[in-house]
Ligand binder design. Sequence first.
Ligand SMILES: [Zn+2]
Length: 215
Amino acid sequence: MNQEKLAIDGGKPVRTKPLPLEFPGMHHMDAKEIQAAVRLLRARSPFRYYGIKLQKEVEKLEAAAKAYGKEGEETGVTVGFGSLTGDAAGGVTVSADEAGNLSFAVTFDMSKISGGDAFAIDTGHEGTHVADIRNPLYADPRTTLSDFQREFRGYETSVWVARSLGFATLSYGRVQVWNRSWSKVDQRDAAITRYLTTREQNPLPETRPHNPWPD
Ligand SMILES: [Zn+2]
């Protein structure tokens, strides 16, 4: 039996410093948020509708989120936040009811997502998976996608979103999957392929064509 006195009775308290005040979100702001705020201030455009050079930060997120439907709409897609294993920042779980109707649970791990731009990229990527798996071509074994092809299409969207957000490059781990200076789409294709086939977690064997579906 522990004979030590409780702190309330004059014993030594377990905690000597107060816990940090819990204002949700405050403790998760770091250099990325500071950079984003400085970017808005440098552009002299901290407002959504008022300014000379609007940064459209809100629109970016809204556009990416549109893939998931409006609030209250029955889209069969639920979005949640939680921790994902490995370095995955997003993931989709698919389930089917007895009638074969698909529903999707999209999860984002915000501890691996740095800011609104990265979230827009990941939202677009996971949204592509949802749209692809819903596509009747996916259910048909003759036209379905391999794991590689499904991810290839996901990363095509990631690159597309990054490019439209004005990124100069997009990298995962040590692999650059896109660089604004690349003049040929083949360079991007080769880079996405290199990433998918060599990444540490869940490397995927290449299948051709990389993207068998029309966009
Ligand atoms: Zn993916």
